[in-house]
Design a protein around this ligand. Sequence first.
Ligand code: WTA
Length: 629
Amino acid sequence: MGKSKDIYYPSKKVVENATVKDYDKLYKKSVKDIEKFWAEEAKRLEWFKPWNKVLDDSEFPFYKWFVGGKTNIISNAIDRHLKTANRNKLAIIWEGEPGDIKTYSYHALAREVCEFANVLKAMGVRKGEVVTIYMPQIPEQVFAMLACAKIGAVHSVVYGGFSHEAIAERVNDAKSRVIITADGGYRRGKPTQLKEIVNKAMEIAPTLEICITVKRTGEDVYMENDRDYWYHELKSLPIAGHSCGTEEMDAEDPLFILYTSGSTGKPKGLVHTHGGYSVYTSATHRMVFDIKPEDRWWCAADPGWITGHSYLVYAPLINGATLFMYEGAPNHPYPDRWWRMIDKFGINILYTSPTAIRGLMRYGESWVTKHDLSSLRLLGSVGEPINPEAWKWYYRVVGQERCPIMDTWWQTETGGFVITPLPITPLKPGSATKPFFGHEIAVVDEDGNEVAPNEVGALVLKNPWPGMARTILNDPERYKDTYWKKFEEKRWYHAGDSAKKDEDGYFWIIGRSDDVIKVSGYRLGTAEIESAVVSHDAVTEAAAIPLPHELKGNAIHVYAILKEGVSPSKQLEKEVKDHVAQVMGPIAKPEEIVFVDSLPKTRSGKIMRRVLKARALGEDEGDLTTLDD
Ligand code: WTA
């Protein structure tokens, strides 16, 4: 890669290899007729029955894609590979934290998924039913997701670091009857206690009737008759045969629900579909990462998040690549764990988050350079803006100045990449560069006027795309209000991020403009954090804000008012922090809790978080005319 000023150009080799050689030409074509563009992409996949209409926008904002088409994501992610040479190729290479390794060819994966699907059927799971999955990063987590899809059940994966209350909240919303878990997994050398957490969740989630537990750690767990089943026992019964048909689904049938934090109280269950999601994830993955059949792809995200759904599980399988998956912590037992595995398995592409990069950066270069990373061809980043220092380290030390970095901007709602470079794109560290095909994107002011270059505004997507979430489960009104109301007349999607566009048309994402906090790339809502804080006996009111943090990007800082007669102390601060971690899960643990006598509010009683933030950072507090007192 050549370099001039702060622009990084791809090498001749990267350009020669590239799937897309002329961005501008294909981009123009794609936005001139998005239906034509997406129909061509959809034709690369297998359908039981083709669609009669590519896009139905008659019920805006409830778009429908590939209307009348019949498919199942599994036909493309597994079944079609069994008819080609891919059958004997590795689909999954997995390494456990203790160092155990498992590999599955597409053939072997198909058998595992059929067995799991047959077990689910035997448990009475039906098409359209929501199955909750709460698991460590082990192959069975992927099998469970794929098995649900295969029989037309809808999976709802809850991140394995969440608390029992978070599980119950999601289960209760989706009215899930079956939950799949494991006794635990390994993290930093220790087994986690997932089944114990599920047991607690089951006490407060009355719809749950059945729990299927995969044995991973062999730790003792509590189980109840007629409620709890070991997966390995079910799997050895005659019901769990090696073959199982793939359910014919409508293109618009739901594939999964994934809960994510928004500006208000409870998490939203975003709904993604079989048809459009298959097309969108596979197309973005193939073009952005130049996926070749012989590639070994590593997306280091947990399947509990959208990145894991789209780019650990579904897209690489649809594209027939070999995916690599790792169970544990990046620095266990030593800070070179990741680099050792890239070397060992000959990984070609690494896709991870700025937080992970910053975390590994602090151990120094020699942990990286002592391994042979010459197999790497491309790198990727996702989850939050990547600061130029981390970008440059990733580029120079990990990618050895050979591997372009694909900084992909997208959201749980978008299903896949939206603003992203291609390998041929000249890169500017910290910019996610340009719109993916089919997208017209702008940075606008409150009234929807485009702002001048390099000025901050709201990010809007002007066209619909096949991977978009179709609605929020049980709350279509909230879907409308959150994403479409603001620019309803123009029919623009309001992303909730603030951004800038420079004079070259490159986008620079600044961060969330709503009450969502990104901590280590994880998405949390201020309202959820505040309600967790207030659920502690000593607290009456609280406000949570993000403040910059060297490793995490942002950290949670809380301002809390104590109840009459309770006095602040270091001990109490610790107690409240632990309480939040207990209620929401360890990722939500606040960095700091400051006990205060009052909070800045508007006259109508809304907490002015931006004032708290400005004060904490010693910045100008801005317009205070609405501040009460
Ligand atoms: C942020 C994760 C800057 C953004 C896929 C977005 C990013 C939110 C990037 C969605 C990026 C994601 N550069 N910011 N490359 N990627 N974001 O739903 O604020 O967990 O709105 O999806 O992450 O978070 P979510």
